[in-house]
Design a protein around this ligand. Structure first.
Ligand code: HEC
Ligand code: HEC
Length: 151
C-alpha cells in the first residue's frame, strides 16, 4: 500500500513540472504552413503557432469563435473546419491537460509567465514600445518563423 502511495506522489510531481519545462531546450516551434490559418488568425493579433497549446485548447477555442475573448471572430463552416484541423494536428503534444478546463491563453501558461515575468515584461514593453505581450513578433523578430530564442 505504501509503495502505491509513493508511486502516486511521484506521478503528481511529474504532472506539475512537465508544463514548466515544456520549452526548456526547445525554444523554437514549427512555423504555420497553412495559408488560411496565417490569414484568418492574424487579422487581430500575431498568428500564434499551434504548438503553443494542446489540441483540446484549439478545439474549444474554435468551437467558440463567436465569443473569442469578447470578440466575434466567427468563420464560415468550411474555413473553420480547415483551421481547426490544422491547429489540432499541429498542437502541443507534451504535458498534461485539464480536460474540463484546457488553457486558452498562451500568456497564462507557466513557462510563459516564467520567461516573461511581470516586471521584466513591463520593462521589455517600454523598451520595445509594445502595448501587449500578444505582439510576439515585436520582440522576437523571428516569431513568424517560429524562432523565439534570438534575443
Ligand atoms: C476579430 C479579431 C480576432 C480574430 C480574427 C482572431 N482573434 Fe484571437 N484574440 C482576439 C482578441 C481580442 C484576443 C484577446 C486579446 C487580449 O487579451 O489582449 C485574442 C486572443 C487569442 C489567444 C490568446 C492569447 C493569449 O495567450 O493571451 C489565442 C490563442 C488566439 N486569440 C487565437 C486565435 C486564432 C487561432 C484565431 C484564428 C482562428 C484568432 N485568434 C483570430 C481577437 C481575434
Ligand atoms: C516585450 C517583448 C516580448 C514580447 C511581446 C514577447 N516576448 Fe517572448 N521573450 C522576451 C524575452 C526578453 C525573453 C527572454 C530572453 C530569451 O531567452 O529570448 C523571451 C522568451 C521567450 C521564449 C523562450 C525563449 C528561450 O530562448 O528560452 C519563448 C518561447 C517566447 N518568449 C515566446 C513568446 C511568445 C509566443 C510571445 C507572444 C505571445 C512572446 N514571447 C512575446 C520578450 C518578449
Amino acid at each position: 500500500m505504501k509503495k502505491n502511495l509513493k508511486y502516486i506522489a511521484g506521478a503528481i510531481v511529474v504532472a506539475v513540472f512537465v508544463p514548466f519545462v515544456a520549452f526548456a531546450g526547445d525554444d523554437n516551434v514549427p512555423p504555420i504552413t497553412n495559408d488560411l490559418v496565417k490569414e484568418e488568425c492574424s487579422a487581430c493579433h500575431f498568428a500564434f503557432q499551434p504548438a503553443f497549446l494542446p489540441a483540446l485548447s484549439w478545439e474549444v477555442m474554435m468551437q467558440n469563435l463567436d465569443d473569442h475573448f469578447g470578440e466575434d471572430a466567427s468563420l464560415a463552416p468550411g474555413p473553420m473546419a480547415e483551421i481547426e484541423a490544422y491547429l489540432v494536428a499541429n498542437a502541443k503534444r507534451r504535458g498534461l491537460v485539464d480536460e474540463n478546463n484546457p488553457p486558452l491563453r498562451i500568456t497564462e501558461l507557466r513557462w510563459f509567465t516564467h520567461e516573461h515575468s511581470e516586471r521584466e515584461a513591463r520593462q521589455m514593453k517600454e523598451r520595445k514600445n509594445v502595448t501587449t505581450m500578444l505582439d510576439c513578433a515585436a520582440c522576437h523578430t523571428g516569431a513568424d518563423r517560429g524562432i523565439y530564442d534570438d534575443d
